[in-house]
Design a protein around this ligand. Structure first.
Ligand code: FES
Length: 296
């Protein structure tokens, strides 16, 4: 059965949700208690509250028998997790070297001025959180800013105000084909170099990418948006949030092997060739949005 599973670009569901122990217990019951299970548990708690409330972590500690220190160790190791409630809209500006030399500090300063907060802070009305990172994986396109999961490349200072206004209104109201926030890429198998493009099915208005995926029990296709920065996907069978899957080329049947681990959740990252030169790597864990674009 086809399952349309567009992943929301807005994770900050509940900035100040009250922690109900029954909700945490429900999450715990649905997961194993090994290390991989702990990451999945924390992911689900974060998806429920928008961050990891201390009270929830205490319940996890009591029920799993793992020390609070151990749990905080996992929660602080991966950038994906947040221990603080965030605003409704999350802005992440890159201050890595490539973006820095292209003017990223001016963009961050403009964001701070427009929002009247400093990087790392949330506006008093809990609308916006501004964060900075050292690389967003699209260095050739800097300065890069990600707002609510939408990638904006080559951001100019004069554009910042408009981006914030659009974020407030919701980017879904704007035609994604008419701005530079995301861009299509064509990718192919690192083994046989055959393109993954599927012209028969469009996602985000563009022909999608179709690859096979396998879990311990099932195998089928996954269709991904070809727009870098979009997380829209469609899968042939249900893949639960947090599950790690194997990617297999539908043309040569080779498994695409990992070349690195995800810096956000620890799952394997797999590389694919970008048409025109370069590599895009994506995390194999369902729900993790980490991907890196390395253009040459
Ligand atoms: S340095 Fe900004 S995306 Fe890599």
């Amino acid at each position: 059965m086809e399952q349309n599973a567009a992943i929301s670009s807005k994770d900050n569901i509940c900035a100040e949700g009250k922690v109900e122990s029954k909700d945490i217990l429900r999450i715990l019951e649905s997961h194993n208690k090994d290390r991989g299970g702990l990451i999945s548990i924390l992911e689900e708690i974060q998806s429920e509250y928008g961050y990891l409330p201390e009270e929830a972590l205490r319940i996890v500690s009591e029920r799993t028998g793992r020390s609070l220190v151990d749990i905080y160790g996992v929660a602080t190791f991966y950038r994906f997790f947040s221990l603080q409630a965030k605003g409704k809209h999350l802005i992440c500006a890159c201050l890595g070297t490539a973006c820095h030399v292209r003017g990223a500090p001016r963009i961050v300063a403009e964001l701070e001025q427009q929002l009247t907060i400093k990087a790392g802070q949330t506006t008093p009305d809990k609308e916006f959180t501004l964060e900075t990172v050292n690389c967003l994986g699209a260095c050739a396109l800097g300065p890069v800013v990600v707002i609510d999961g939408h990638y904006f490349s080559k951001v100019r200072k004069s554009k910042v105000k408009q981006l914030l206004e659009q974020a407030g209104e919701g980017f879904d109201k704007f035609d994604i084909g008419k701005d530079e926030r995301i861009f299509p890429i064509e990718v192919s198998c690192p083994h046989c170099n055959h393109s993954f493009k599927d012209k028969t099915f469009a996602i985000d208005g563009y022909p999608c990418l179709k690859i096979n995926v396998a879990t311990d029990h099932q195998q089928g296709w996954i269709r991904l948006s070809c727009l870098y920065g979009s997380y829209s996907v469609s899968t042939e069978f249900e893949i639960p949030e947090g599950m790690v899957v194997n990617f297999i080329c539908p043309h040569c049947n080779s498994e695409i092997h990992s070349t690195s681990d995800c810096s956000q959740c620890g799952a394997p990252m797999i590389p694919m060739l970008v048409d025109g030169g370069g590599i895009v790597s994506i995390c194999t864990r369902r729900g993790c949005k980490n991907h890196m674009l390395d253009l040459v």
